[in-house]
Unconditional design. Sequence first.
Length: 451
Amino acid sequence: MRVKPWAGVKGEVPGPKSVQLLALREKYVTAGVSSVTKLFAKRASGAVVVDVDDNEFIDFAGGIGVLNAGSCPPAVVKAIKEQSEQFLHTCFQVIQYENYIRVAEKMCKLVPGDHPKKALLLSTGAEAVENGVKIARKATGRPAVVALQNSFHGRTLLTMTLTSKAKPYKYGFGPLAPEIYRAPSPYCYRCPTGEAYPGCSMGCAKQMARLVEHEISPDKVAAIIVEPVQGEGGFIICPDEYLRFVRAFCDKHGILMIADEVQSGWARTGKLFAVEHAGVVPDILVTAKSVAAGMPLSVVVGRADIMDSVHTGGLGGTYGGNPVACAAALQVMEMIEREEFIARSAEVGKVMIQRLEAMKGKYALIGDVRGRGAMVAIEIVKDRSTKEPAPEETLRIMELCLKAGLIIMKAGESGNVIRFLVPLVVTDEQLEQGLDILEKAVGAVSSSAVS
């Protein structure tokens, strides 16, 4: 299918129609909801979004990692329409339907591991994480859960407690959930033990082991939950050695390993799931976002004996595994396998890393370039030697990109990381156009060039 050329921005951003809607938002939508842009979408296709003022934007945010298969894939739209004409909802706990079973079947085959698996379908990533922890606690009879610094797992009471960053996610919402402990993150650019990767001693992993063995007690720990690539934390890539250490440590102490692949799953990192890079098989894997191309669906997949440790009626949710979302997910799974999305992810990531490394060579503002597959980020700093975060400059880069027709977003505990979640259906031309806009913005904001 031929993709029409990107038309770009025609006028002011935000335009007059968006400004009108912003006034209504101010009046009727709670201030607690934030938005990266001041745009209002009119339509979207592939890697392009058109706003209500007919400005076209190249999308490097992908609905925060939801649109790996792009906006409105025709096969997915067709499946949604067909299912919608049959029934929209029955509640699986009342009247079952085949789509739920087919998604569970497919998930159990796709998630790493040769052991028998079972699945639970839900609606959101936070819901999946929360249920993964519930299942781990029930299966082990233990209360404690270890999460990492720089982690993000959701906004419910339990998942915001698991989340590392206080503002805006936890601030003022306490008291928080009990029996949650935090270990250092393998943040190689800002190593918590002052080492340099590769060739380090995995001191961050050893600190995690010390926390469990001496401050909690292993027989009290139900699970260690890890994002193989930390999303909101700033696209921090857990080294393969770290994930293998966690897996071996969990096996030693009868602790369950939960992989949070809500953002890193579905070909984003050059593998179907990011844990596959390390050859690690988690006991429980939770995923959402790109599984259904924008329809609300999340999945918990785990060893059958662990999943079945929960009593009948202990798991579920009125909207969990919605039939329309399941129809979309089945098409997404087919697309990823048939259209070589995994290979495309590696290709997109390679192009981005090469361009971003070249930018780093020109502009001192870029302190680090990192990525796995098409899950790529740059860290913006005021000074490369001190690595002082530059959040104001990051926001300025975002603003300039938006005005030129590129949607990007920030991450990281200091808000100084620009993360890229480009839809994997992006054309080569759109990818280069977006990177050109980014480079021009970085150049405009940079105060000094690398000599």
